[in-house]
Design a protein around this ligand. Structure first.
Ligand SMILES: [Fe+2]
Ligand SMILES: [Fe+2]
Length: 332
């Protein structure tokens, strides 16, 4: 009773609709009044319609383990009519129910979040990357052509799928460290990370099971076509943003012109691809891969990139990665 008297405007629970927290981003205008739920019946208005969302404010209510934010149902319909954009791709109102679908992609994502949670990254960096990654997973679930593409990758080799998800999670964390703050930029980097190896679905699975040092010359040439093939697959789908396609095409390039397929130099590389190229190698090292079967610690991975590989990646991106590791439990 006291609550009602104290906050006479608290809306009724049956009028409210929960939306997963991953659909909200700091710095984006609230398209409706947004509430937080503190108990069965108690909602607090957090952001007025038109004000800027600040996810740090949501964190103040950590003890309530908030997974969803709430809007009044009638306002939600209005929000839907405006459509949602993730990574510059529009999800229209008809596709939105698919956001709740539990797919194989969600399951792999949960495994990857769990693996990263053990790495001891600074909490805000981790949570932010998780929010970005979840929004991209939602996008893929809502777009049947993308979902089918990802699932086909899982059919070939579930390690590639897990690795792709890991890059999708880690790359926006690195980008945020570089102070790239726009949600659509971070989402594109995450989506590029998720799709970067999609061209591998066209390779002979035998090639994918061999270490690169064991490939014949012809097999190596074939292997090195996968960024180009990925670019072609995504270009044929008219909705994928150009930035994402560039990430896929350039994820094996490096800053010293010794990558493939085009041997680009740093200045010629797409800025988002510089981040994903480094993240790709880092994730192979810390989680293990065909070429590095034994996973190593994050510090050892940095050391490997510096001493064994001669740090061929973008300098700022590598510095940001070092700082992320230093700020993690492992660096402490
Ligand atoms: Fe690749
Ligand atoms: Fe990869």
């Amino acid at each position: 009773m006291r609550d009602n008297w104290y906050m006479p405007e608290t809306p009724k629970a049956e009028d409210m609709l929960g939306i997963p927290i991953s659909n909200f981003f700091s710095g984006v205008k609230a398209e409706a009044d947004i509430y937080i739920r503190l108990s069965e019946t108690k909602f607090i208005l957090l952001f007025h319609m038109g004000s800027l969302i600040d996810m740090k404010q949501v964190k103040k209510y950590a003890e309530y383990n908030i997974k969803e934010l709430y809007v009044i149902k009638t306002a939600y319909n209005k929000m839907l009519s405006k459509q949602v954009s993730v990574a510059g791709m529009i999800i229209d109102s008809k596709e939105v129910p698919a956001l709740k679908k539990v797919s194989i992609i969600n399951r792999v994502a949960d495994g990857v979040y769990n693996a990263f949670s053990k790495k001891g990254f600074e909490e805000e960096a981790f949570e932010n990357a998780k929010n970005i990654s979840e929004s991209v997973v939602n996008l893929v679930n809502a777009k049947p052509d993308l979902a089918k593409l990802m699932e086909s990758l899982n059919g070939i080799d579930d390690e590639i799928f897990k690795h792709s998800m890991a890059v999708s999670f880690m790359a926006p964390m690195l980008a945020k460290k570089l102070e790239w703050n726009r949600p659509d930029t971070l989402q594109k980097i995450s989506l590029g990370g998720l799709l970067h190896d999609i061209g591998k679905r066209e390779l002979d699975p035998k090639i994918l099971k061999k270490q690169r040092s064991d490939l014949t010359y012809e097999e190596m040439c074939d292997y090195e076509t996968h960024p180009f093939r990925g670019m072609e697959i995504l270009s044929s789908m008219n909705s994928v943003p150009q930035d994402v396609i560039a990430i896929v095409y350039e994820h094996h390039e490096n800053s010293i012109g010794q990558g493939f397929p085009r041997r680009l130099w740093d200045v010629k590389m797409h800025p988002m691809a510089r981040v994903v190229a480094l993240t790709n190698v880092f994730c192979e090292l810390i989680f293990g891969s065909i070429n590095h079967p034994e996973p190593v610690s994050m510090k050892e991975a940095l050391h490997h990139i510096e001493t064994v590989m001669g740090q061929p990646f973008n300098k700022q991106a590598f510095q940001a990665l070092k700082e992320l590791v230093e700020e993690s439990n492992e660096g402490a």
